[in-house]
Design a protein around this ligand. Sequence first.
Ligand code: 5RP
Length: 214
Amino acid sequence: MPSRAEDEKRRAAEAAAELVQDRTTVGLGTGSTVAHLLPALAERKLTLRCVATSPRTETRARELGIVVEPFEALERLDIAIDGADQVAPDGWLVKGGGGAHTREKIVAAAAERFVVIADSSKPVDAIDSPVPLELHPFGMRATLQALGDVRLRDWPPSPDGGVIADYEGEVGDPAALAERFAAIPGIVEHGLFPAALVSDVVIARGDEVERLAF
Ligand code: 5RP
């Protein structure tokens, strides 16, 4: 029997799949919540052009008959749907639990509408660490020194060759921390997603699905 969290992920994903319109371009996120989105989307039998944020998502989507193209082939996306690790009341997110946040941020920023799908464990009062990071391997010791409180994940590199790590220090104001990260050249991308990127958050709590518009 699926756990309550799995059930909530499925409900949020199914609600978000209904937001996708026929003959549109769609960004597919990564993670266990998106794993529920893919069959829900495939079931709708729409004509879509999709891009995937990870090889895992790409493989699964293709298995289900969803057309996935390289992102080099598309300029803009009508909609992108993805999970999150933390969702703050003002719409700021932490993403990258699956180490795919660089591609996920590129996809979210290219989408007219970025929809976040989440179970009830994801809303938080305030963004906190860990914040996932993708680091350039060149000069990594210098980058780690500049960052301070960071732990490397015992993971293979990202599909783009980046090293996945987690910032474990103080977060405070996420906008200020995002600026600090942006000023460290060895960080390829960080997992703080500003509220300005987010259009909708679909959160399932038990049987209820709540949709917040930003
Ligand atoms: C992957 C992500 C995921 O969207 C995030 O970690 C949430 O994952 P899940 O849906 O498995 O809880 O950012 O990089």
